[in-house]
Write a protein that binds this ligand. Structure first.
Ligand SMILES: Cc1cc2nc3c(=O)[nH]c(=O)nc-3n(C[C@H](O)[C@H](O)[C@H](O)COP(=O)(O)OP(=O)(O)OC[C@H]3O[C@@H](n4cnc5c(N)ncnc54)[C@H](O)[C@@H]3O)c2cc1C
Length: 499
């Protein structure tokens, strides 16, 4: 008898998100977090549109949105032309400014309320596996060494991941070549709009409001890019650099947190080794440009949660768990590419500034802007189509929160149907030809689209995954739609049977 079905090492945002997903599905879950108390400061400040969509899918978006500040633009490498999220095809066309501490607090509340245990002051020492399960040895808050057994364990334990090392998973990539500094400070004379993004031959500066009188100041000084990451940042350094770049230090004082960060860029070779998995910073690190790391980590957790839950619950096909690596490794390859490109663009030489100006001009073209905004917001995320299903343009795609008209005339949104984290069989074929429903253990929604959408034209049925992607779709015009639907359900949900 195992102590838990899943143990998550690391109670940062990614571990807590995963714990919520597993607990929602009824998986007995324990999170081990070495910190006694949550961090008082926030690395990340932004939640991007795809993450907000995931929250909407679980019916918790409002909890986050009510505590943050919506803004419809983002940045790519601090270029002058902002990314316009308002033009994206999403019900969340904005970024939410919300400090990471608050995101973590809300995620921890949710994980606990759904039944996950979160042990604080618990540091994992070793994680080993055999055919039956995983043994995690950890030191508890009293200093006693204890062991937990589980069917699976997930390393959401950040860049220095013990789980990754214990699993022998390589973490190839490049060391830091550039460092930047930040300070969370008071500004007596802040910039007029409260926000500043400026790049000159003296370097780059970004100022973002944290509260009515506190600000995050980020400085990329060409004179300090070789400063080691662990060299302390001083108030004097922040002031000197601000004066050099902006002609004023904005009355900077009372720093509460000052830190240096670098552009080390690495990705775990495998996200799975047997019963062990990696998610978030344990799986990928990069320069925090464009505010993506936490977001992509939460999206990893969303991808892994329902697959792990289905496996624990015995309803998953044998191939499902491996699709976690296949789908999410490719996404983080793109993340590393775009953050490396952004870092390269942070070149404050004369030629570098010309290049920045050209790329910034290109971002003014709406299609280019939408393309880059799609990457940074992760709205462009799509997975490979299931090769074992007949091709369809929606297969593997992220589905937007389309509005549905139900048979009784009432309206419903697709994401509302996903609140309980289960698959949805969406039948858009009206009339008598829907004899493939219902299936045991599969929530079926019969509806039509309230607004026509080109890529959904003629769609008969879509199997919507718990993370809002299309497992597969079939057109009304296609031959043997009923046969494809039944084989698709057998492939993805082997235990669902016709009523
Ligand atoms: C300056 C800066 C700004 C950033 N801004 C953004 C942004 O705006 N948007 C964005 O999306 N991302 C941003 N990021 C990145 C983001 O902060 C990280 O990607 C995110 O914290 C990763 O979450 P995680 O849960 O994977 O790892 P972590 O946040 O590192 O959490 C890992 C947790 O595991 C615990 N742990 C580690 N080892 C053990 C162990 N052996 N036993 C038990 N517990 C353990 C740690 O205490 C920690 O709580 C920024 C990063 C930096 C440095």
């Amino acid at each position: 008898m195992m102590d838990y079905e899943t143990v998550i090492i690391g109670g940062g945002p990614v571990g807590l998100m995963l714990a919520s997903e597993l607990a929602l599905a009824g998986v007995k879950t324990c999170v081990l977090e070495r910190l006694e108390q949550p961090m008082p400061y926030s690395k990340a400040l932004t939640l991007h549109p795809r993450t907000l969509e995931l929250f909407e899918m679980r019916g918790v978006l409002e909890r986050f949105a009510s505590r943050g500040k919506k803004t419809s633009s983002g940045h790519f490498s601090m270029l002058d032309t902002r990314l316009d999220f308002s033009s994206l095809d999403t019900s969340c066309p904005y970024t939410l400014l919300l400090p990471q501490t608050e995101t973590e607090q809300l995620l921890e509340e949710r994980a606990r309320s759904l039944g996950a245990e979160v042990l604080r002051g618990a540091e994992a020492l070793t994680v080993t596996q055999n055919e039956e399960g995983v043994q995690t040895i950890f030191k508890d808050r009293e200093g006693s060494v204890r062991t937990l057994s589980s069917l699976f364990a997930v390393g959401a334990d950040g860049a220095g991941s013990v789980v990754r090392k214990q699993a022998g998973i390589a973490f190839p990539g490049t060391d830091s070549t550039v460092t930047a500094a930040l300070g969370d400070v008071k500004l007596l004379s802040p910039p007029p709009s409260g926000v500043l993004s400026l790049c000159t031959k003296e370097g780059g500066v970004m100022i973002v409001p944290l509260s009515p009188d506190r600000y995050r100041v980020v400085l990329i000084s060409p004179y300090r890019t070789q400063t080691p990451k662990d060299a302390p940042v001083t108030e004097e350094e922040l002031k000197t650099d601000l004066i050099r770049m902006c002609g004023t230090d904005f009355g900077l004082n009372e720093p509460t947190w000052m830190s240096r960060f670098g552009n080390a860029s690495r990705q775990a070779k495998q996200y799975r080794s047997g019963r062990l998995f990696l998610a978030g910073d344990a799986a990928h690190i990069h320069f925090p440009a464009g505010g993506q790391g936490l977001n992509v980590g939460l999206q990893d957790a969303m991808n892994l949660g329902w697959k792990l839950a289905a496996t624990v619950g015995g309803s998953a096909p044998s191939w499902l768990l491996d699709s976690y690596h296949a789908e999410r490794h490719r996404v983080a390859e793109g993340l590393l590419r775009n953050t490396e490109a952004q870092t390269r663009l942070m070149d404050f030489t004369k030629a570098g500034l010309h290049l920045r100006s050209m790329v910034s001009d290109m971002l003014a073209f709406p299609d280019v802007n939408r393309f880059v905004a799609g990457q940074i917001s992760a709205i462009d995320v799509g997975y490979e189509a299931d090769q074992n299903m007949p091709p369809h343009r929606l297969n593997g795609k992220r589905l937007p929160d389309v509005e549905l008209r139900l048979p009784d005339g009432s309206m419903e949104r697709l994401y509302n149907c996903l609140h309980n984290g289960a698959y949805v069989l969406l039948s858009l074929k009206q009339g008598a030809d829907n004899d493939h429903i219902p299936f045991n253990g599969l929530h079926t929604v019969c509806a039509s689209l309230a607004e026509p959408r080109e890529e959904w034209r003629d769609v008969h049925t879509v199997l919507v995954r718990p993370d809002g992607h299309a497992a597969w779709a079939v057109d009304a015009a296609g031959p043997d739609a009923a046969e494809v639907i039944q084989s698709g359900i057998r492939r993805w949900l082997p235990i669902a049977s016709r009523v």
